[in-house]
Design a protein around this ligand. Sequence first.
Ligand code: BTN
Length: 254
Amino acid sequence: MTMNEKIISSGLGDAVKVICFDSIDSTSSYLRRALDEGEQGTVLAVADRQTAGRGRSGKSFYSPDACGVYMSLLIHPGIGFESASCVTAKVCVAVCRAIESATGIAADIKWVNDLYLNGRKVCGILCEAINDYKNAVTESIIIGIGINVSTVDFPEELREIAGSLGAQNITREELAVQITKALLNISFGSLTEEELAFYRERSCVLGKTINYFINGQKNTAEAVGIDSSGGLVVKKNDGEILTLTSGEISVRLC
Ligand code: BTN
């Protein structure tokens, strides 16, 4: 069933322009096009299905009809690059908390910003920054969030990895509203002690052996910490300690 734009709009008030699609290539790509055409406001784009949903590292995001929340929020924080490096972790904490307060479901965080439930990925987050390099300012950010709410049938390659929230006590519209409110409440800058504590407490990676991939090359290490910008601190087999930042690195639990 199509999501109701009016319900989402009235839950959010005037500060956000809301656009609902039955079907679109990608809500994040839509907002990117809107930005390129001069959009200056805060815009929430939500879709019932995406035909070309995008994940990190060029992966696709499976977005079947009417069983997920596929949403992107365009904001214009105008923050320095130091603050921008903390956005991913802040967004992850905000989404995880919003899902929990809306549904009662406490998800785990898999660095950098996937949410897991019972060992399966139920939510992916993709933050795309639009930067003014001359002035070292992140002018706009498109925050894309994909949640499997009631997806049952996953394609073969996702069957062992992906899962669903299974939340039945909330509509997809209400979930989108609660998450958007949480995102709009983020105060940008450094990660607060509270955000860091939450991120660390919910991490399903800390203390585990992980594989991390840089430019497709596999490395193995133990995840030993989350630093103050949300970087993953790892200890390699030879004892060397290094910090992975979100960039192009992907992590797999061994
Ligand atoms: C990931 O798993 O790597 C991130 C997935 C992000 C998916 C969301 S769905 C809404 C928005 N539109 C997209 O094309 N991607 C994001």
